[in-house]
Design a protein around this ligand. Sequence first.
Ligand code: HGY
Ligand code: MN
Ligand code: MN
Length: 416
Amino acid sequence: MRTTSGGSGIDVNRLLERLAALAELAPVGENGSCRLALTDADKGARDLLCGWMADLGMEIRIDVVGNIVGVWSAGASDPELDPVMTGSHLDTVATGGRYDGAYGVVAGLEVIEAFAARSVRTRRSLAVAAFTNEEGARFTPDMMGSLVHVEALASETALAAVSSDGVTVAEELARIGYLGVWPAPARPPFAFVELHIEQGPILDHEGTVIGAVSGVQGISWQELTFVGQSNHAGTTPMHLRRDPAYAAARVVTFVRELAAELGGRQVGTVGRLTLHPNLINVVPAWATLAVDLRNTDADVLIEAERRLAAFAAEVAEAEQLEVSSRSLVRFDPVNFTPAMVDLVEAVALARGLSTRRLASGAGHDAQMLAQVCPTAMIFVPSDRGISHNPAEHTDPEHLRAGTEVLAEVLRELADQ
Ligand code: HGY
Ligand code: MN
Ligand code: MN
C-alpha cells in the first residue's frame, strides 16, 4: 500500500469554508443549519455543490429523484470503468449541525481538488454523490435518494411521497429545479466509501481519531395513533375519560423501559408526539407518536417491535381507545464488506492515526449502497457525541485526518 508522499494536498481551510457557506444558507444557533430536504435552503446547498463540481470540471448528473452525482475523469486512465464513489447528503434535520452529511460531500470534493492539483492518476474515475432526503425529517422514508439509486425503492414511490407540510417530492424537486433526467436506479459504482462524523460519543470519549465502521444498526420507525373521546377538561370525571394523550405518555415511558430491559445496543426514542386539538382545556381526540427503535441485532429489534405492539394494544384496551400503527421505515442491520473495513483500518494505521472498529448508531446512505457494491464508512469524532443539534462540532484536525484517509482509500480502490 502506498502512503501519500509528502503533503496530502488536503486544504482543511477550504473544506471549512465550504461547510460554512453551506451552513450559512439557513443558520441555526451558532454553528448549525436547517436545510430540510427540497426546501430553498437545500436548493441553495445543491446550487453551491454544482458550482464547485463545475469548477472542478466534473460531469454533473442529476437523476429523477434529485440525487446529484459528479464524476471526475480527468485523472482516470480507464474512464469507461465503473467509478469509485464517495459522498453523503446535504439535507439536515431542522436543528441540524454543520457536519452531518455535508462533511462527506465536501470532503469528496476536497480529495478531487487535491488529486487534480497534484496530477494524481488512477485507473478509474472518481464520483461524489449528494443523495436526496437522507434525513427523512420532511419526507419519509429516510435515505430516500440512495434507496432509489440502488433500486430498493421505486422512483415513482419516492416522487409521490408527501411531506409533513403537504407537498410531494416531485412538486418540490420541480420547484427547486432538481427534477433531473438521469435514470435511477443507476449502474452501481465499483465501490462506495462514505466519510461521516460519528454522531455518537465513542471516538471522542476514547480519544480515537478514525472509526473503521463495521456496519449500521437496524432501524424501525413506526407511527402509532390512539383515538379516544375529546371532552371538556373540567367536567369529565376521570373514570369516564378515554384519553389518547394518557396512552401516548404510557408508550413514551414504555419505550425507555423496553430499551433498558433489552440492553445491549438497543435504543428507543419518541421524538415526535402530536395531540389534537392540542388545547389546554380539552381532553384530546387523538394522539399520534413516532417511535424510533434501533439495534445491531436483527432478532432483538424484531422482539422490540413485537413488545411495543403488544403494549400499545394493552394500553388502548384499558383506556377504551382505538389504536393503529403504520411502519414508516424498516431497515435490517448491515455489515460492510470486510475487505473494505480492513482497507480503512490499514490506511488509518499506516498514517499513524488511532483507529478502532465500531458499528454506526445512525443510518447512512452507505447502508443502501452496501446492497449493490463493496462499501465502507470512515468516522471522525463528534465532540461530546453531540449531533442533530446546532452544537455539533468536530476538530478541524480530525476533519483533515478523515479526509486524508478517504483520499488514500479512494486512491487504492480507484487503481483496482
Ligand atoms: O436517522 C438517522 O440515523 C439519520 O441521521 N438519518
Ligand atoms: Mn448523516
Ligand atoms: Mn443525520
